[in-house]
Design a protein around this ligand. Structure first.
Ligand SMILES: [Zn+2]
Length: 262
């Protein structure tokens, strides 16, 4: 009885064990199949992306080559030329900054006015660099002694610019009523520019020493500018004689100011 029981148990084990093993093998195979399918899908995906990248690269190189050809052979606007222009304006800007720094070293006693000049110059450089070019501005020639007094502010006709000639003291630009309104409305920065131009030219030319000193002092006097504006307002339609009177009066005032500063 016990023996037969043992036999049935053995038989059961013999039947069940291969089943379990088959199950395990089946599961393992499914698992490996799944992993392999996943890897293959990933490979396909990567291949697709590779092809896409290649297409993009092809397009890009084609585009670059086409652009180069257009630049080289088009008779319209040359992009290289534009780039050169930008580079040159950049160089001009650096040159101006260097000059401003040198001026600051040379004239430390004019510090307050000069700081204003430097900032005005920098602002003009930053905001309107192309207009700063000397090839786009008119020269200021004195109406009486024909002295060259630097450049007019950007976009300004020379006859509309009011200034005092540093050599003979003649007040230029009074005859044009439209010029006066433009001048009074003009910002401080451009006025500073204007006076700066006079300073640069005054120091470059062979003008007498006291004359150049005068040009240095003049832009500093705010009260001088005010009195000049007032006199301009009062003599809108005056003759040249009256202008000369104003000029001499203004110059006397400037002289007394220079003396008091010394
Ligand atoms: Zn003059």
């Amino acid at each position: 009885m016990a023996n037969s029981l043992h036999d049935t148990k053995n038989i059961a084990v013999l039947i069940v064990t291969p089943g379990i093993l088959t199950g395990i093998i089946y599961i393992l195979r499914q698992l490996f199949d799944y992993v392999i399918r996943k890897k293959e899908a990933k490979i396909e995906d990567l291949k697709g992306r590779h092809a896409e990248k290649l297409e993009v690269l092809k397009e890009k190189t084609n585009f670059d080559r086409t652009k180069e050809l257009l630049v080289r052979y088009s008779n319209g606007e040359d992009i290289k030329e534009l780039e050169n222009e930008v580079r040159q304006s950049e160089l001009r800007k650096q040159e101006m900054l260097r000059k401003l720094a040198e001026d600051q070293e040379v004239k430390p006693r004019n510090r307050g006015a000069h700081d204003r000049d430097v900032y005005g110059g920098i602002m003009n450089l930053v905001l309107g660099e192309d207009e700063m070019g000397p090839d786009r501005r008119y020269a200021l020639i004195c109406g009486r002694c024909l002295q060259h007094n630097g450049l007019a502010p950007p976009g300004e006709r020379p006859e509309n610019v009011k200034y005092i000639c540093p050599r003979c003291g003649f007040v230029n630009g009074l005859t044009e009523p439209t010029g006066q309104s433009v001048l009074t409305e003009r910002s401080e920065g451009s006025e500073v520019q204007d006076s700066r131009g006079a300073i640069l030219v005054g120091s470059q030319n062979d003008a007498p020493v006291e004359s150049s000193a005068e040009t240095v002092e003049k832009p500093k006097g705010n009260s001088l500018d005010d009195s000049l504006d007032k006199s301009v307002a009062s003599t809108e339609h005056s003759s040249a004689d009256k202008q000369n009177e104003i000029a001499t009066a203004v110059e006397e005032k400037a002289d007394s100011e220079t003396r008091s500063q010394k």
